[in-house]
Ligand binder design. Structure first.
Ligand code: SF4
Length: 311
């Protein structure tokens, strides 16, 4: 009984990624132009014709992926201004950078629908996509089981994303010490750096050292971090956009990637007007034949035909 009460009303332990950082008004004022650019990038995506028909068409509108890149660039510009007003360590390394990858053991969440589409697009043609997807599947299942084990409601489907079961499940997943499948462990770099979600872009671990490693005894309590979230208005716009896309993807990146794979029936999700890309039987993207190699057909000598035959 005491355990249950503690679980319901006890102090909340959060992942460093979930720490709430309040911004001084002066930071928001200084980043006014960047916030406007962010809103304009989001509006641009919302206004793309057919943005609500991606599921039905199996294609995104023309210009969609560039618009998502634009939105991320606008967010980065915003965060660069705001971080000057916060006590972010000078040498703080972000998730996906050498020295900051301890944060890559905690699964990114939330990942917005437009971000999931862009990440899927960037990774689906990787030669090792199948093994990355397999890792995603295992991690997704692990997370689901961890969350379910702490879920006290009757309906396993009805879980509050901000509830304790989800928070504790995510901490347990991090403590499993299985890194994000997009991390290149050898190089200690994020393989989707240009396309990584805002959930990773916003996170600045402070204090360095081992405090951010989930296998550290004091984790997550002793891991201090600054998180630069989207401004409130842009958060609302993003949530509206998430709903408008009608894809119903999970906010957990690993699960969302698998859902994308299912939605796209294993193919790429291309833009309207793009030439279709062929998929091989084993599910890999067909690579274009290199026609400039010595053995290419165009360099092969034609057999000489005899003069008699020509006559
Ligand atoms: S997406 Fe990149 S930065 Fe984010 S957790 Fe994965 S590897 Fe790290």
């Amino acid at each position: 009984m005491l355990g249950l009460l503690g679980a319901l009303f006890g102090p909340r332990v959060r992942l460093p990624r979930d720490n709430v950082t309040r911004l001084p008004r002066s930071a928001r004022k200084a980043a006014k132009a960047e916030i406007a650019a962010l809103q304009s990038a989001l509006d641009k995506i919302s206004a793309l014709p057919g943005v609500a028909d991606i599921k039905a068409n199996g294609r995104v509108p023309r210009g969609f992926y560039d618009a998502v890149d634009e939105m991320h660039a606008a967010y980065d510009a915003y965060a660069a201004i705001v971080r000057k007003f916060l006590s972010v360590d000078q040498d703080a390394k972000q998730p996906g950078q050498p020295g900051g990858t301890a944060a890559c053991y905690a699964g990114p969440m939330p990942v917005h629908q437009v971000e999931a589409l862009a990440i899927y697009r960037a990774t689906r043609s990787w030669r090792d996509f199948q093994s990355v997807a397999k890792d995603m599947g295992e991690l997704g299942e692990l997370l689901f089981n961890e969350i379910q084990s702490g879920h006290t409601g009757k309906d396993p489907e009805k879980i509050r994303m901000t509830g304790k079961a989800v928070q504790n499940g995510r901490i347990a997943l991090a403590k499993n010490m299985r890194p994000c499948p997009f991390l290149d462990e050898g190089k200690q770099r994020c393989r989707i750096w240009e396309h990584r979600p805002i959930a990773c872009r916003m996170h600045y671990p402070n204090g360095g050292g081992d405090a951010h490693r989930p296998d550290n005894e004091g984790y997550p309590k002793q891991a201090k971090a600054i998180n630069i979230r989207l401004p409130v208005k842009q958060q609302v716009t993003m949530q509206q956009l998430d709903k408008r896309l009608l894809l119903e993807l999970s906010p957990f990146m690993y699960a969302a990637m698998l859902q994308m794979l299912q939605l796209a029936d294993g193919s790429l999700v291309q833009e309207v007007g793009e030439a279709p890309i062929k998929m091989q039987q084993d599910g890999r993207v067909s690579q274009r034949a290199n026609r400039n190699v010595r053995h290419a057909k165009k360099f092969q000598k034609r057999p000489k035909t005899s003069k008699k035959k020509r006559k």
